[in-house]
Design a protein around this ligand. Sequence first.
Ligand code: FAD
Ligand code: SF4
Length: 514
Amino acid sequence: MAEQVKTLRLVLGDQINHNHSWFKSVDANVVYLMAEMRQETNYVKHHIQKVIAFFASMRNFAKTLERNGHRVIYYSINQSESKLTLAELISNEMQSNGCTHFEYQLPDEYRLDEQLKSICSQLKGTFKSYCTEHFYTQRTEVLDFFEGKKRFLMENFYRMMRKKHNILMVGDAPVGGQWNFDADNRKKYKGEIPVPPALFFNPNIETILKEIETAQIETIGTVNANSFAWPTSRTECLEQLEYFCTYLLPYFGTYEDAMHTEEKNLFHSRLSFAMNTKMLSPKEVVEKVEQAFINQDFPISIAQAEGFIRQVLGWREYVRGIYWKEMPNYASLNYLENKSKLPNFYWTADTKMNCMKQSLKQSLNDAYAHHIQRLMVIGNFSLLTQMHPDEVDAWYLGVYIDAIEWVELPNTRGMSQYADGGIMATKPYVSSGSYINKMSNYCSNCHYKVKEKWTDDACPFNSLYWDFIIEKKPYFANNQRMSMMLRMQEKMKPEDIEKIQLRAHYIKENLDKI
Ligand code: FAD
Ligand code: SF4
Protein backbone atom coordinates (compact mmCIF):
# COMPACT_ATOMS: atom_id res chain seq x y z
CA MET A 1 0.00 0.00 0.00
CA ALA A 2 1.38 3.44 -0.96
CA GLU A 3 2.46 5.50 2.03
CA GLN A 4 0.28 8.62 2.67
CA VAL A 5 2.05 11.91 1.93
CA LYS A 6 2.29 14.06 5.02
CA THR A 7 1.68 17.76 4.44
CA LEU A 8 2.86 20.80 6.38
CA ARG A 9 0.56 23.83 5.97
CA LEU A 10 1.79 27.28 6.99
CA VAL A 11 -0.73 29.77 8.41
CA LEU A 12 0.58 33.35 8.58
CA GLY A 13 -0.54 35.83 11.25
CA ASP A 14 -2.83 37.69 8.82
CA GLN A 15 -4.38 34.51 7.41
CA ILE A 16 -6.87 33.84 10.17
CA ASN A 17 -9.65 32.90 7.81
CA HIS A 18 -11.98 30.55 9.66
CA ASN A 19 -13.94 29.86 6.49
CA HIS A 20 -10.99 28.85 4.32
CA SER A 21 -11.57 25.56 2.49
CA TRP A 22 -8.41 24.15 4.16
CA PHE A 23 -10.28 23.89 7.42
CA LYS A 24 -13.52 22.35 6.13
CA SER A 25 -12.39 18.79 6.87
CA VAL A 26 -9.87 17.19 9.21
CA ASP A 27 -7.00 15.25 7.65
CA ALA A 28 -4.69 13.24 9.90
CA ASN A 29 -1.89 13.70 7.37
CA VAL A 30 -1.96 17.48 7.56
CA VAL A 31 -0.05 19.46 10.19
CA TYR A 32 -0.70 23.20 10.54
CA LEU A 33 2.20 25.47 11.50
CA MET A 34 1.73 28.84 13.18
CA ALA A 35 4.53 30.85 14.78
CA GLU A 36 5.06 34.23 16.44
CA MET A 37 8.26 35.11 14.64
CA ARG A 38 10.95 37.70 15.32
CA GLN A 39 11.22 38.40 11.61
CA GLU A 40 7.63 39.68 11.80
CA THR A 41 7.91 41.59 15.08
CA ASN A 42 11.20 43.20 14.04
CA TYR A 43 10.96 44.22 10.35
CA VAL A 44 9.51 47.51 11.59
CA LYS A 45 8.87 48.79 15.12
CA HIS A 46 5.16 48.03 15.73
CA HIS A 47 2.66 49.50 18.14
CA ILE A 48 2.37 47.38 21.29
CA GLN A 49 -1.39 46.92 20.74
CA LYS A 50 -0.75 45.64 17.24
CA VAL A 51 1.66 42.94 18.45
CA ILE A 52 -0.73 41.93 21.24
CA ALA A 53 -3.74 41.85 18.92
CA PHE A 54 -1.94 39.72 16.33
CA PHE A 55 -0.63 37.23 18.90
CA ALA A 56 -3.99 36.99 20.70
CA SER A 57 -5.83 36.43 17.39
CA MET A 58 -3.33 33.80 16.26
CA ARG A 59 -3.53 31.96 19.58
CA ASN A 60 -7.33 31.99 19.55
CA PHE A 61 -7.33 30.68 16.00
CA ALA A 62 -4.87 27.88 16.79
CA LYS A 63 -7.10 26.82 19.70
CA THR A 64 -10.18 26.82 17.44
CA LEU A 65 -8.41 24.65 14.89
CA GLU A 66 -7.34 22.21 17.61
CA ARG A 67 -10.85 22.10 19.04
CA ASN A 68 -12.09 21.22 15.57
CA GLY A 69 -9.71 18.25 15.44
CA HIS A 70 -6.86 19.71 13.34
CA ARG A 71 -3.25 19.07 14.29
CA VAL A 72 -1.51 22.39 15.04
CA ILE A 73 2.07 23.23 15.91
CA TYR A 74 2.22 26.67 17.53
CA TYR A 75 5.37 28.50 18.60
CA SER A 76 5.02 31.51 20.86
CA ILE A 77 7.42 34.45 20.97
CA ASN A 78 9.68 33.16 23.77
CA GLN A 79 10.26 29.73 22.28
CA SER A 80 13.60 29.42 20.52
CA GLU A 81 11.83 28.63 17.21
CA SER A 82 10.62 32.24 17.06
CA LYS A 83 14.20 33.31 16.32
CA LEU A 84 14.60 31.04 13.29
CA THR A 85 14.26 32.30 9.76
CA LEU A 86 11.08 31.20 8.03
CA ALA A 87 13.17 28.90 5.81
CA GLU A 88 14.76 27.20 8.84
CA LEU A 89 11.43 26.85 10.61
CA ILE A 90 9.71 25.24 7.63
CA SER A 91 12.62 22.92 6.90
CA ASN A 92 12.87 21.81 10.56
CA GLU A 93 9.14 21.15 10.83
CA MET A 94 9.02 19.27 7.53
CA GLN A 95 11.78 17.01 8.82
CA SER A 96 10.61 16.48 12.38
CA ASN A 97 7.02 15.76 11.30
CA GLY A 98 8.02 13.52 8.40
CA CYS A 99 6.35 15.82 5.84
CA THR A 100 7.26 15.55 2.16
CA HIS A 101 4.77 18.18 0.93
CA PHE A 102 4.45 21.87 1.88
CA GLU A 103 1.47 24.16 1.34
CA TYR A 104 0.90 27.87 1.96
CA GLN A 105 -1.66 30.54 1.20
CA LEU A 106 -0.45 33.37 -1.04
CA PRO A 107 0.82 36.15 1.25
CA ASP A 108 -0.50 39.67 0.83
CA GLU A 109 2.94 41.21 1.30
CA TYR A 110 5.52 41.22 -1.46
CA ARG A 111 8.29 40.61 1.09
CA LEU A 112 6.75 37.32 2.27
CA ASP A 113 5.70 36.32 -1.21
CA GLU A 114 9.30 36.52 -2.39
CA GLN A 115 10.55 34.76 0.71
CA LEU A 116 8.16 31.84 0.29
CA LYS A 117 8.91 31.51 -3.42
CA SER A 118 12.60 31.31 -2.59
CA ILE A 119 11.98 28.80 0.23
CA CYS A 120 9.94 26.59 -2.09
CA SER A 121 12.61 26.68 -4.78
CA GLN A 122 15.02 25.03 -2.34
CA LEU A 123 12.58 22.78 -0.54
CA LYS A 124 13.25 19.06 -0.12
CA GLY A 125 9.76 17.99 -1.15
CA THR A 126 6.81 19.13 -3.22
CA PHE A 127 4.81 22.31 -2.58
CA LYS A 128 1.61 24.10 -3.55
CA SER A 129 0.25 27.61 -2.96
CA TYR A 130 -3.42 28.47 -2.43
CA CYS A 131 -5.61 31.54 -2.66
CA THR A 132 -6.45 33.05 0.75
CA GLU A 133 -10.14 33.09 -0.31
CA HIS A 134 -10.50 36.48 1.37
CA PHE A 135 -10.68 39.30 -1.17
CA TYR A 136 -13.32 39.91 -3.82
CA THR A 137 -10.57 40.26 -6.42
CA GLN A 138 -7.53 38.24 -7.44
CA ARG A 139 -4.13 39.94 -7.21
CA THR A 140 -4.11 40.98 -10.89
CA GLU A 141 -7.76 41.93 -11.32
CA VAL A 142 -7.15 45.68 -10.93
CA LEU A 143 -4.22 45.45 -13.35
CA ASP A 144 -6.43 43.65 -15.89
CA PHE A 145 -9.26 46.15 -15.41
CA PHE A 146 -7.03 49.16 -16.14
CA GLU A 147 -5.10 47.46 -18.97
CA GLY A 148 -4.24 50.08 -21.61
CA LYS A 149 -5.68 52.98 -19.54
CA LYS A 150 -3.62 56.05 -18.66
CA ARG A 151 -5.40 56.83 -15.40
CA PHE A 152 -6.43 54.26 -12.82
CA LEU A 153 -9.55 55.93 -11.47
CA MET A 154 -10.92 54.18 -8.38
CA GLU A 155 -14.44 55.33 -9.22
CA ASN A 156 -14.46 53.35 -12.50
CA PHE A 157 -13.19 50.23 -10.75
CA TYR A 158 -15.76 50.67 -7.98
CA ARG A 159 -18.69 50.88 -10.41
CA MET A 160 -17.52 47.72 -12.13
CA MET A 161 -17.35 46.00 -8.70
CA ARG A 162 -20.86 47.14 -7.76
CA LYS A 163 -22.24 45.71 -11.02
CA LYS A 164 -20.17 42.54 -10.95
CA HIS A 165 -21.13 41.66 -7.38
CA ASN A 166 -24.62 43.12 -7.59
CA ILE A 167 -24.23 45.33 -4.52
CA LEU A 168 -26.71 48.18 -3.99
CA MET A 169 -28.06 47.73 -7.50
CA VAL A 170 -31.53 47.75 -9.06
CA GLY A 171 -31.00 45.93 -12.31
CA ASP A 172 -28.16 47.79 -14.04
CA ALA A 173 -28.70 51.02 -12.09
CA PRO A 174 -27.30 52.02 -8.70
CA VAL A 175 -29.77 52.20 -5.78
CA GLY A 176 -30.72 55.84 -5.18
CA GLY A 177 -29.98 56.80 -8.80
CA GLN A 178 -26.32 57.72 -8.29
CA TRP A 179 -23.14 55.78 -7.76
CA ASN A 180 -21.54 58.06 -5.22
CA PHE A 181 -22.98 60.09 -2.36
CA ASP A 182 -19.67 61.56 -1.24
CA ALA A 183 -21.00 65.12 -1.47
CA ASP A 184 -23.48 64.30 1.36
CA ASN A 185 -20.70 62.99 3.58
CA ARG A 186 -18.81 66.10 4.65
CA LYS A 187 -20.47 67.30 7.81
CA LYS A 188 -18.57 68.74 10.75
CA TYR A 189 -19.48 67.10 14.07
CA LYS A 190 -20.78 69.52 16.71
CA GLY A 191 -22.08 67.05 19.30
CA GLU A 192 -25.60 67.02 17.87
CA ILE A 193 -25.81 63.19 17.85
CA PRO A 194 -24.37 61.25 20.80
CA VAL A 195 -21.64 58.85 19.67
CA PRO A 196 -22.11 55.31 21.02
CA PRO A 197 -19.12 54.24 23.16
CA ALA A 198 -16.37 52.08 21.64
CA LEU A 199 -16.77 48.36 22.16
CA PHE A 200 -14.08 46.95 24.45
CA PHE A 201 -12.92 43.37 24.55
CA ASN A 202 -11.15 41.60 27.33
CA PRO A 203 -8.57 39.16 26.04
CA ASN A 204 -5.96 38.03 28.52
CA ILE A 205 -3.55 40.68 27.35
CA GLU A 206 -1.48 40.77 30.55
CA THR A 207 0.02 37.35 29.80
CA ILE A 208 0.88 38.26 26.22
CA LEU A 209 2.19 41.66 27.31
CA LYS A 210 4.59 40.00 29.78
CA GLU A 211 5.75 37.59 27.11
CA ILE A 212 6.45 40.46 24.70
CA GLU A 213 8.43 42.25 27.43
CA THR A 214 10.40 39.07 28.24
CA ALA A 215 11.16 38.65 24.53
CA GLN A 216 12.45 42.25 24.53
CA ILE A 217 10.47 43.16 21.44
CA GLU A 218 10.80 46.90 20.85
CA THR A 219 7.42 48.52 20.38
CA ILE A 220 5.84 51.97 20.23
CA GLY A 221 2.77 53.45 21.90
CA THR A 222 0.86 52.38 24.98
CA VAL A 223 -1.73 49.82 26.03
CA ASN A 224 -4.37 49.76 28.73
CA ALA A 225 -5.53 46.29 29.74
CA ASN A 226 -8.93 47.64 30.82
CA SER A 227 -9.78 49.24 27.53
CA PHE A 228 -8.47 46.96 24.82
CA ALA A 229 -10.65 47.75 21.84
CA TRP A 230 -9.55 45.17 19.27
CA PRO A 231 -11.49 42.00 18.58
CA THR A 232 -9.17 38.98 18.60
CA SER A 233 -11.53 36.10 17.90
CA ARG A 234 -14.09 35.38 15.23
CA THR A 235 -16.90 35.80 17.78
CA GLU A 236 -15.62 39.22 18.85
CA CYS A 237 -15.21 40.31 15.23
CA LEU A 238 -18.81 39.38 14.46
CA GLU A 239 -19.86 41.28 17.59
CA GLN A 240 -17.98 44.35 16.34
CA LEU A 241 -19.66 44.10 12.93
CA GLU A 242 -23.10 43.79 14.51
CA TYR A 243 -22.39 46.77 16.77
CA PHE A 244 -21.30 48.87 13.81
CA CYS A 245 -24.37 48.06 11.71
CA THR A 246 -26.75 48.72 14.59
CA TYR A 247 -25.31 51.82 16.25
CA LEU A 248 -22.76 53.50 14.00
CA LEU A 249 -23.76 52.90 10.38
CA PRO A 250 -26.78 55.26 10.54
CA TYR A 251 -24.32 58.21 10.81
CA PHE A 252 -21.18 56.72 9.28
CA GLY A 253 -21.23 58.63 6.00
CA THR A 254 -22.48 61.93 7.36
CA TYR A 255 -19.52 62.33 9.74
CA GLU A 256 -16.98 60.25 7.82
CA ASP A 257 -14.58 63.17 7.37
CA ALA A 258 -15.20 64.93 10.68
CA MET A 259 -12.70 65.15 13.56
CA HIS A 260 -13.43 66.00 17.17
CA THR A 261 -11.33 66.28 20.32
CA GLU A 262 -13.90 64.46 22.51
CA GLU A 263 -15.00 61.83 20.01
CA LYS A 264 -11.98 60.01 18.66
CA ASN A 265 -13.78 57.31 16.71
CA LEU A 266 -17.00 59.12 15.79
CA PHE A 267 -19.03 56.67 13.68
CA HIS A 268 -16.14 54.73 12.14
CA SER A 269 -16.37 50.94 12.17
CA ARG A 270 -12.89 50.05 13.52
CA LEU A 271 -13.23 46.87 11.47
CA SER A 272 -9.92 47.16 9.59
CA PHE A 273 -7.99 44.89 11.97
CA ALA A 274 -10.70 42.22 11.83
CA MET A 275 -10.66 42.34 8.04
CA ASN A 276 -6.90 42.65 7.54
CA THR A 277 -6.26 39.56 9.67
CA LYS A 278 -9.06 37.90 7.64
CA MET A 279 -11.13 37.05 10.71
CA LEU A 280 -13.92 38.83 8.79
CA SER A 281 -14.25 38.70 5.02
CA PRO A 282 -15.00 41.87 3.06
CA LYS A 283 -17.90 40.01 1.45
CA GLU A 284 -19.65 39.30 4.75
CA VAL A 285 -19.04 42.89 5.90
CA VAL A 286 -20.42 44.42 2.69
CA GLU A 287 -23.39 42.06 2.61
CA LYS A 288 -24.23 42.72 6.24
CA VAL A 289 -24.20 46.48 5.63
CA GLU A 290 -26.29 46.12 2.48
CA GLN A 291 -28.77 43.96 4.41
CA ALA A 292 -28.96 46.52 7.25
CA PHE A 293 -29.79 49.15 4.61
CA ILE A 294 -32.44 46.96 2.98
CA ASN A 295 -34.04 45.86 6.28
CA GLN A 296 -34.11 49.39 7.73
CA ASP A 297 -34.47 48.06 11.31
CA PHE A 298 -32.83 51.41 12.05
CA PRO A 299 -33.21 54.23 9.51
CA ILE A 300 -30.10 54.07 7.31
CA SER A 301 -29.91 56.36 4.29
CA ILE A 302 -28.27 55.31 1.05
CA ALA A 303 -25.49 57.88 1.65
CA GLN A 304 -24.41 55.98 4.78
CA ALA A 305 -24.52 52.49 3.27
CA GLU A 306 -22.97 53.53 -0.05
CA GLY A 307 -20.26 55.56 1.71
CA PHE A 308 -19.20 52.53 3.73
CA ILE A 309 -19.47 49.98 0.93
CA ARG A 310 -17.32 52.20 -1.32
CA GLN A 311 -14.51 51.98 1.26
CA VAL A 312 -14.52 48.19 1.39
CA LEU A 313 -15.69 47.06 -2.05
CA GLY A 314 -13.95 49.97 -3.78
CA TRP A 315 -10.94 51.42 -1.98
CA ARG A 316 -9.74 48.33 -0.15
CA GLU A 317 -9.71 46.09 -3.22
CA TYR A 318 -8.35 48.88 -5.45
CA VAL A 319 -5.47 49.64 -3.09
CA ARG A 320 -4.50 45.96 -3.02
CA GLY A 321 -4.58 45.81 -6.82
CA ILE A 322 -2.35 48.88 -7.12
CA TYR A 323 0.10 47.30 -4.65
CA TRP A 324 0.48 44.13 -6.71
CA LYS A 325 0.53 46.07 -9.97
CA GLU A 326 3.32 48.39 -8.85
CA MET A 327 5.51 46.35 -6.48
CA PRO A 328 8.42 46.13 -5.89
CA ASN A 329 9.29 49.55 -7.38
CA TYR A 330 6.49 51.29 -5.53
CA ALA A 331 8.23 50.94 -2.16
CA SER A 332 11.10 53.20 -3.21
CA LEU A 333 9.27 55.91 -5.17
CA ASN A 334 9.96 59.49 -4.12
CA TYR A 335 8.56 61.61 -6.95
CA LEU A 336 8.81 64.90 -5.03
CA GLU A 337 12.36 64.12 -3.83
CA ASN A 338 11.49 64.81 -0.21
CA LYS A 339 14.31 64.37 2.27
CA SER A 340 13.44 65.49 5.80
CA LYS A 341 13.44 63.34 8.93
CA LEU A 342 10.36 62.95 11.09
CA PRO A 343 10.54 65.12 14.21
CA ASN A 344 10.62 63.54 17.64
CA PHE A 345 7.04 64.57 18.42
CA TYR A 346 5.69 61.84 16.09
CA TRP A 347 6.57 59.49 18.99
CA THR A 348 5.50 61.76 21.86
CA ALA A 349 2.65 63.94 20.52
CA ASP A 350 4.41 66.81 22.24
CA THR A 351 3.58 69.69 19.91
CA LYS A 352 1.65 72.93 20.20
CA MET A 353 -0.35 72.21 17.02
CA ASN A 354 -3.60 70.89 18.45
CA CYS A 355 -4.63 68.94 15.35
CA MET A 356 -1.29 67.11 15.28
CA LYS A 357 -1.27 66.64 19.05
CA GLN A 358 -4.75 65.06 19.05
CA SER A 359 -4.15 62.86 16.02
CA LEU A 360 -0.71 61.71 17.17
CA LYS A 361 -1.84 61.16 20.75
CA GLN A 362 -4.71 59.03 19.54
CA SER A 363 -2.41 57.05 17.21
CA LEU A 364 0.10 56.39 20.00
CA ASN A 365 -2.50 55.62 22.69
CA ASP A 366 -4.97 53.63 20.61
CA ALA A 367 -3.01 52.40 17.54
CA TYR A 368 -5.83 54.06 15.64
CA ALA A 369 -6.75 57.26 13.86
CA HIS A 370 -9.39 57.50 11.17
CA HIS A 371 -8.64 58.20 7.54
CA ILE A 372 -8.95 62.01 7.61
CA GLN A 373 -6.61 62.24 10.60
CA ARG A 374 -4.17 60.00 8.73
CA LEU A 375 -4.57 61.86 5.43
CA MET A 376 -5.37 65.49 6.14
CA VAL A 377 -3.61 66.03 9.46
CA ILE A 378 -0.54 63.80 9.93
CA GLY A 379 -0.07 62.97 6.23
CA ASN A 380 -0.69 66.58 5.20
CA PHE A 381 1.86 67.89 7.71
CA SER A 382 4.42 65.24 6.69
CA LEU A 383 4.09 66.17 3.03
CA LEU A 384 4.09 69.94 3.61
CA THR A 385 7.29 69.63 5.66
CA GLN A 386 8.73 67.41 2.94
CA MET A 387 9.45 64.28 4.98
CA HIS A 388 11.18 61.42 3.25
CA PRO A 389 8.49 58.86 2.26
CA ASP A 390 10.62 56.03 3.75
CA GLU A 391 10.35 57.72 7.15
CA VAL A 392 6.64 58.37 6.79
CA ASP A 393 5.99 54.80 5.64
CA ALA A 394 7.89 53.24 8.53
CA TRP A 395 5.93 55.34 11.00
CA TYR A 396 2.52 54.48 9.50
CA LEU A 397 3.47 50.80 9.08
CA GLY A 398 4.41 50.62 12.74
CA VAL A 399 1.80 52.70 14.50
CA TYR A 400 -1.58 51.55 13.19
CA ILE A 401 -3.36 48.39 14.28
CA ASP A 402 -4.36 47.66 10.67
CA ALA A 403 -1.03 48.46 9.02
CA ILE A 404 0.09 45.69 6.73
CA GLU A 405 2.23 46.73 3.80
CA TRP A 406 -0.22 45.89 0.98
CA VAL A 407 -2.70 48.46 2.34
CA GLU A 408 -0.39 50.85 4.21
CA LEU A 409 2.03 51.52 1.35
CA PRO A 410 -0.33 52.69 -1.43
CA ASN A 411 -2.28 54.76 1.09
CA THR A 412 0.77 56.39 2.66
CA ARG A 413 3.40 56.64 -0.05
CA GLY A 414 0.86 57.06 -2.83
CA MET A 415 -2.37 58.64 -1.68
CA SER A 416 -0.96 60.68 1.19
CA GLN A 417 2.62 61.55 0.18
CA TYR A 418 2.22 61.72 -3.63
CA ALA A 419 5.55 59.88 -3.86
CA ASP A 420 4.17 57.81 -6.76
CA GLY A 421 3.75 60.96 -8.87
CA GLY A 422 -0.02 60.54 -9.20
CA ILE A 423 -0.80 56.82 -9.58
CA MET A 424 -3.16 56.86 -6.58
CA ALA A 425 -4.18 60.52 -6.41
CA THR A 426 -4.59 63.02 -9.21
CA LYS A 427 -3.14 65.77 -7.02
CA PRO A 428 -1.42 65.89 -3.63
CA TYR A 429 -3.64 65.87 -0.55
CA VAL A 430 -2.31 69.09 0.98
CA SER A 431 -4.24 71.89 2.60
CA SER A 432 -3.80 74.94 4.76
CA GLY A 433 -5.33 75.12 8.25
CA SER A 434 -8.72 76.14 6.87
CA TYR A 435 -9.65 72.58 5.82
CA ILE A 436 -8.80 71.26 9.30
CA ASN A 437 -10.82 74.07 10.83
CA LYS A 438 -13.76 73.27 8.57
CA MET A 439 -13.83 69.59 9.53
CA SER A 440 -12.88 69.68 13.23
CA ASN A 441 -12.98 71.57 16.51
CA TYR A 442 -9.18 71.38 16.83
CA CYS A 443 -8.43 74.99 15.91
CA SER A 444 -10.61 76.57 18.61
CA ASN A 445 -8.25 75.19 21.28
CA CYS A 446 -4.97 75.60 19.50
CA HIS A 447 -1.92 77.65 20.46
CA TYR A 448 -1.90 78.88 16.84
CA LYS A 449 -4.34 81.11 15.00
CA VAL A 450 -5.84 79.44 11.98
CA LYS A 451 -6.61 82.72 10.19
CA GLU A 452 -3.07 84.12 10.50
CA LYS A 453 -0.65 83.49 7.65
CA TRP A 454 2.89 84.33 8.68
CA THR A 455 2.97 85.84 12.16
CA ASP A 456 4.73 83.96 14.98
CA ASP A 457 1.39 82.59 16.17
CA ALA A 458 0.07 81.78 12.68
CA CYS A 459 -1.12 78.25 11.97
CA PRO A 460 1.95 76.42 10.61
CA PHE A 461 -0.14 74.71 7.91
CA ASN A 462 -0.83 78.10 6.27
CA SER A 463 2.72 79.15 5.41
CA LEU A 464 3.82 75.54 4.83
CA TYR A 465 1.07 75.09 2.26
CA TRP A 466 2.19 77.98 0.05
CA ASP A 467 5.86 77.22 0.62
CA PHE A 468 5.17 73.67 -0.63
CA ILE A 469 3.40 74.99 -3.75
CA ILE A 470 6.33 77.33 -4.46
CA GLU A 471 9.08 74.77 -3.87
CA LYS A 472 7.40 71.88 -5.68
CA LYS A 473 6.05 73.92 -8.61
CA PRO A 474 8.29 72.23 -11.23
CA TYR A 475 6.86 68.81 -10.34
CA PHE A 476 3.33 69.98 -11.12
CA ALA A 477 3.99 71.83 -14.36
CA ASN A 478 1.82 69.38 -16.35
CA ASN A 479 -0.79 68.72 -13.70
CA GLN A 480 -4.12 70.28 -14.75
CA ARG A 481 -5.62 69.79 -11.29
CA MET A 482 -2.86 71.92 -9.72
CA SER A 483 -3.04 74.74 -12.24
CA MET A 484 -5.47 76.90 -10.24
CA MET A 485 -3.28 76.78 -7.11
CA LEU A 486 -0.18 77.53 -9.16
CA ARG A 487 -1.87 80.54 -10.76
CA MET A 488 -3.03 81.80 -7.36
CA GLN A 489 0.49 81.51 -6.04
CA GLU A 490 1.90 83.37 -9.04
CA LYS A 491 -0.41 86.32 -8.31
CA MET A 492 0.92 86.69 -4.75
CA LYS A 493 2.84 89.85 -3.89
CA PRO A 494 6.63 89.29 -3.62
CA GLU A 495 6.66 90.76 -0.08
CA ASP A 496 3.97 88.26 0.99
CA ILE A 497 5.90 85.38 -0.55
CA GLU A 498 8.94 86.45 1.40
CA LYS A 499 7.03 86.50 4.70
CA ILE A 500 5.45 83.11 3.99
CA GLN A 501 8.77 81.50 3.14
CA LEU A 502 10.53 83.03 6.12
CA ARG A 503 7.89 81.58 8.45
CA ALA A 504 7.79 78.20 6.64
CA HIS A 505 11.57 77.84 6.71
CA TYR A 506 11.65 78.64 10.42
CA ILE A 507 9.01 75.95 11.03
CA LYS A 508 10.84 73.35 8.96
CA GLU A 509 14.12 74.06 10.73
CA ASN A 510 12.58 74.04 14.23
CA LEU A 511 10.01 71.27 14.02
CA ASP A 512 10.42 70.11 17.59
CA LYS A 513 9.67 73.62 18.89
CA ILE A 514 6.43 73.98 16.91
P1 FAD B 1 -13.86 52.96 8.43
O1 FAD B 1 -13.74 54.42 8.25
O2 FAD B 1 -14.97 52.46 9.25
O3 FAD B 1 -13.94 52.33 6.96
C1 FAD B 1 -14.40 51.01 6.74
C2 FAD B 1 -13.38 50.11 6.11
O4 FAD B 1 -13.07 50.55 4.80
C3 FAD B 1 -12.04 50.05 6.82
O5 FAD B 1 -12.09 49.15 7.90
C4 FAD B 1 -11.11 49.60 5.72
O6 FAD B 1 -11.08 48.20 5.62
C5 FAD B 1 -11.76 50.15 4.46
N1 FAD B 1 -11.03 51.34 3.98
C6 FAD B 1 -11.39 52.62 4.14
N2 FAD B 1 -10.51 53.43 3.49
C7 FAD B 1 -9.60 52.62 2.94
C8 FAD B 1 -8.43 52.86 2.18
N3 FAD B 1 -8.05 54.09 1.83
N4 FAD B 1 -7.69 51.81 1.82
C9 FAD B 1 -8.06 50.55 2.16
N5 FAD B 1 -9.16 50.26 2.87
C10 FAD B 1 -9.91 51.29 3.26
N6 FAD B 1 -6.06 51.10 6.13
C11 FAD B 1 -5.60 49.91 6.56
O7 FAD B 1 -6.37 48.96 6.67
N7 FAD B 1 -4.28 49.74 6.87
C12 FAD B 1 -3.38 50.76 6.76
O8 FAD B 1 -2.20 50.57 7.05
C13 FAD B 1 -3.85 52.02 6.33
N8 FAD B 1 -2.99 53.07 6.23
C14 FAD B 1 -3.46 54.28 5.82
C15 FAD B 1 -2.56 55.34 5.68
C16 FAD B 1 -3.01 56.57 5.26
C17 FAD B 1 -2.04 57.70 5.09
C18 FAD B 1 -4.37 56.75 4.94
C19 FAD B 1 -4.89 58.05 4.47
C20 FAD B 1 -5.27 55.70 5.07
C21 FAD B 1 -4.84 54.45 5.50
N9 FAD B 1 -5.71 53.37 5.62
C22 FAD B 1 -5.23 52.16 6.03
C23 FAD B 1 -7.13 53.50 5.24
C24 FAD B 1 -8.07 53.93 6.38
O9 FAD B 1 -7.56 55.06 7.03
C25 FAD B 1 -8.27 52.80 7.38
O10 FAD B 1 -8.66 51.62 6.71
C26 FAD B 1 -9.37 53.15 8.38
O11 FAD B 1 -9.04 54.35 9.04
C27 FAD B 1 -9.54 52.02 9.37
O12 FAD B 1 -10.48 52.39 10.35
P2 FAD B 1 -11.97 51.86 10.31
O13 FAD B 1 -11.96 50.37 10.25
O14 FAD B 1 -12.68 52.49 11.44
O15 FAD B 1 -12.46 52.39 8.93
FE1 SF4 C 1 -3.91 72.64 13.42
FE2 SF4 C 1 -3.48 75.11 12.57
FE3 SF4 C 1 -5.86 74.45 13.52
FE4 SF4 C 1 -3.77 74.65 15.16
S1 SF4 C 1 -4.71 76.30 14.00
S2 SF4 C 1 -5.29 73.01 15.12
S3 SF4 C 1 -2.12 73.91 13.86
S4 SF4 C 1 -4.90 73.63 11.70
